[in-house]
Ligand binder design. Structure first.
Ligand code: SF4
Length: 376
């Protein structure tokens, strides 16, 4: 079985106002966490013997908080217990301040096998970074990407747009910085107001009433046009890459391939099951110290649930591959959904060839609404 490995590193120096990921700012448990993670890797290698790993993604949280010896230990443990193919894509997410404060650590990451870095720059404008409560400023954002490029061949940056007092000229400024740096990959997201975050509380108290009064479709179109005109492929609703630099790991999620999530709060999808780890570092460490997998929330998908999940995933990216659909559901996609497909073709929101049905640029912008017409 082929698997992508997602590893959730649940530590951050502090929590950003818009973030609802599971994490802790107490860094004392890092060593215990790494020991537990290695135990989890070993237990899964016994549960899924002979599995091949072709992508590894260190996400978080802030994986760049870890020392290079931690990352080296973790990658060695994976390689000792799984068949990791040589050309595997191995990504680490990093924050600009970590790159600037300890550049040699990143050279260590590279030596340990990390071959792709995804930097959470979010913006190159100081007032935007302050609004997002990020720890870095615009100069540091730029410098961190220059340093990343000097160490890694495959560099991605995250951008957030369409929020607060942002103008189109601000989005243009941020995109120009990215274009100057000639990065291989960009993830560009609009800001989502998540319940439970500080930003949400401020919004509820009417302190940030203007936060979502921006015309998102206009911003989205501007981001699209600028990046596509500069040689990027728009390969997923929010992701753009130079040819050959699409994220292999993230495409696994959108192609409905199997992935195994390690670390607290991480999710997995294998067979017809989805399962996740507890959102508690303590529970996670305690379970693994007893050599027990910390899995909770196991969901066996019904045929209907599986199909709904399939559409939610594939329509955002590479579309419905007819062969895969038949293998999964035992019937012909075009026979099952001819009316919906015809409607989307007439509206010029999608394209169709002998083997794939896929949304186009305009369809991507409406992916959520279009997906609803496939759900039963
Ligand atoms: S650095 Fe990233 S993971 Fe950590 S709090 Fe900020 S947004 Fe969340």
């Amino acid at each position: 079985m082929n698997l992508g490995l997602y590893i959730h590193i649940p530590f951050c120096h502090r929590r950003c106002s818009y973030c609802d990921f599971y994490l802790t700012t107490n860094l004392k448990l890092i060593n215990d966490f790494v020991d537990a993670l290695k135990q989890e890797i070993i237990l899964y290698s016994v549960k899924y013997p002979g599995s091949t790993i072709d992508t590894i993604f260190f996400g978080g949280g802030t994986p760049s908080i870890l020392e290079s010896t931690h990352i080296d230990n973790i990658i060695s443990c994976i390689k000792n217990n799984f068949n990791v193919i040589k050309s595997s894509e191995i990504t680490i997410e990093a924050n600009p301040e970590d790159i600037l404060n300890n550049t040699s650590k990143f050279a260590g990451f590279r030596k340990s096998g990390i071959n792709r870095i995804s930097v959470g720059v979010q913006s190159f404008i100081d007032k935007e970074l302050s609004f997002l409560t990020r720890a870095h400023n615009s100069t540091e954002a730029y410098q961190s990407l220059e340093i990343s490029k000097s160490i890694f061949d495959n560099v991605s940056a995250d951008l957030i747009y369409a929020f607060n007092e942002q103008e189109m000229s601000d989005v243009e400024h941020n995109l120009n910085k990215i274009l100057n740096l000639e990065l291989n990959h960009i993830s560009a997201y609009t800001l989502i107001l998540e319940k439970g975050t500080l930003l949400y509380k401020q919004f509820e108290q009417n302190k940030l009433l203007n936060i979502f009064d921006k015309d998102n479709p206009q911003f989205y179109e501007f981001v699209n046009t600028t990046l596509i005109n500069n040689g990027y492929i728009h390969y997923e609703v929010s992701n753009y890459a130079k040819p050959g630099f699409q994220s292999k790991h993230n495409i696994k999620y959108w192609d409905f391939d199997y992935y195994l999530g390690l670390g607290p709060s991480a999710h997995s999808f294998i067979g017809n099951e989805r399962f996740s780890n507890p959102k508690s570092l303590k529970k996670y460490i305690d379970k693994l110290s007893l050599k027990t997998l910390p899995v909770e929330n196991i969901e066996s998908l019904t045929p209907k649930g599986l199909k709904n999940d399939y559409f939610v995933s594939v329509l955002r990216c590479n579309g419905v591959k007819f062969e895969q659909y038949k293998k999964l559901f035992g019937s012909e996609f075009l026979e099952d959904y001819r009316d919906v497909v015809d409607r989307l073709l007439v509206l010029s929101l999608a394209g169709l060839d002998n083997s794939v049905f896929k949304l186009n640029e305009i369809g991507y912008a409406l992916a959520d609404e279009i997906t609803l017409s496939f759900l039963k």
